[in-house]
Write a protein that binds this ligand. Structure first.
Ligand SMILES: [Zn+2]
Length: 264
């Protein structure tokens, strides 16, 4: 086995430089035709970006751009990301031809980004059934902990945590089913994020949907860019809270909410 390994490595190492030069020279042309899912032979991401820019819309890491993606295009985007991810692996000098573990890594990572962990950028907001507040509930409601899986937009490292949502409805509020809080949270969090912005976005959305007297969001999370890399501080956590309306004005309500979530 060891002898075999050396032999394989040597031959692929000898081949690689020659191959690379050839590929690099024709790279722009090949790439354009290869990713030609779009009508005019442009990579799909370029087309989507054009649509976004034509509307002067923002496409930061934590923005949802589903309005600019046509049905069926997400599959094409996976293809394009896979191709570029393959180039990243090649630049990392990983032998994806002989190493069976990394053979399909580029495609796996592309699918993971587009269809799973960053999916909240590409799909529409989940449909919400709203119920009128018939029993005129005006008591504090707490939902959580909701599991959060996200990624930091600085390093694309995982952020794993929990969220609690406090809602003080008014008699005119539209209530949403309990499971919808998780769906909405997931939709917002499945994007590269900064935790401070993520909680604000979630609070904004809940305010708009429910029109409560007050809304509160608390998130506590482990940031893997602090644990896996950087200072390697395994115990550091980040806790953020956003208080709106009654939660901001009424310190008793705020205390009640914070006391109740601490017990969970
Ligand atoms: Zn980071």
């Amino acid at each position: 086995m060891p002898t075999k390994k050396v032999a394989v490595k040597k031959s692929s190492a000898a081949k690689t430089p020659v191959k690379k030069v050839a590929v690099k020279k024709s790279a722009p042309a090949t790439k354009v035709t290869k990713t030609a899912k779009a009508d005019d032979g442009l990579p799909l991401s370029v087309l989507i970006r054009r649509r976004i820019k034509a509307q002067n819309a923002r496409f930061h890491a934590n923005d949802n751009i589903s309005a600019f993606i046509k049905p069926g295009e997400l599959e094409g985007l996976v293809d394009e990301v896979a191709e570029k991810m393959q180039a990243v692996l090649e630049s990392l000098v990983i032998d994806t031809e002989s190493d069976h573990n990394t053979k399909s890594t580029s495609r796996r990572v592309a699918k993971m980004y587009v269809q799973e962990v960053f999916n909240g950028r590409y799909v529409e907001q989940p449909a919400l059934t709203k119920f009128p507040n018939v029993s005129r509930l005006n008591e504090l409601m707490i939902i959580g902990p909701i599991t959060v899986r996200s990624a930091c937009s600085h390093h694309l490292c995982p952020i794993m945590g929990r969220i609690w949502i406090g809602v003080l409805p008014s008699k005119n509020s539209a209530l949403i089913g309990l499971s919808k809080y998780s769906r909405l949270t997931e939709w917002v969090m499945c994007r590269p994020q900064i935790q401070e912005e993520a909680v604000v976005e979630l609070a904004d959305m809940l305010e708009k949907k429910i029109k409560p007297v007050g809304v509160a969001v608390v998130m506590d999370a482990d940031h893997f860019c602090m644990q896996w890399r950087g200072v390697k501080d395994r115990d550091s956590k980040m806790i953020n809270s956003v208080m709106r309306g009654a939660f901001l004005r009424d310190s008793n309500l705020r205390r009640e909410f914070l006391a109740l979530i601490e017990r969970k």
